[in-house]
Design a protein around this ligand. Structure first.
Ligand code: SF4
Ligand code: SF4
Length: 197
């Protein structure tokens, strides 16, 4: 009974002297003079760390100015989201021509397996992350759009540096160990087999 009385008095005094309001004001004043942690995006942008996995790009061959992609399909095969589609046809010299290369970026989870799988360093993830659209078609990256992304976001030495620092292993990284048997050509191999018998 005595305890209940004490609690009622404490509550009454708290109300009379605005204790809770003053506590709230104290916190407001304290926050007012501390550095805000909220960024005023999009005016204030967070710097992108090198190696960030953003929007895709198809690498443009600096000599031919065409896409480096040869349409081997490894990137599409390895993609866990199944969001890469490649349409190829046969060229005049029986070479494979990449007619269409499409990525549905809304399905992509930016794992970068496509980049790692590509034996030609032909696809990359850029540092660009600000893309929005009004319909689904805006998020279907066509070959032209992907080449445009390379021109926009990986200009100069940026693309080269990206591959050097982040996207390995590349073909250049592999060295044949000494004394390892290597394939020397079909004819040679046949002769060796015959002699062995
Ligand atoms: S980043 Fe991953 S999910 Fe996205 S296209 Fe490449 S392999 Fe597919
Ligand atoms: S981007 Fe690379 S892995 Fe994908 S089809 Fe082109 S060459 Fe092959």
């Amino acid at each position: 009974m005595e305890r209940k009385k004490d609690t009622a008095i404490a509550r009454f005094l708290k109300t009379v002297f605005f204790v809770e309001i003053l506590q709230g004001m104290k916190l407001t004043l304290k926050t007012l003079f501390t550095k805000p942690v909220t960024r005023q995006y999009p005016k204030e942008k967070r710097p992108v760390m090198p190696g960030f996995r953003g929007l895709h790009a198809l690498v443009r061959n600096p000599e031919t100015k065409e896409a480096k992609c040869v349409g081997c399909g490894l990137c599409a095969a390895v993609c866990p989201s199944r969001c890469i589609t490649i349409y190829t046809s046969e060229g005049e010299k029986h070479e494979k021509v990449v007619d269409r290369y499409e990525i549905e970026v809304l399905r992509c989870m930016y794992c970068a397996l496509c980049v790692e799988a590509c034996p030609f360093g032909a696809v990359v993830l850029t540092e660009h992350y600000e893309y929005a659209g009004y319909n689904k078609a805006d998020f279907k990256m066509t070959k032209d759009k992907l080449l445009g992304n390379w021109d926009k976001y990986m200009t100069g030495d940026k693309g080269t540096e990206y591959f050097k620092r982040f996207w390995g292993p590349r073909a250049d990284d592999f060295k044949t160990p000494e004394n390892q048997a290597v394939f020397k050509g079909r004819t040679q191999s046949k002769v060796d087999l015959h002699n062995a018998e």
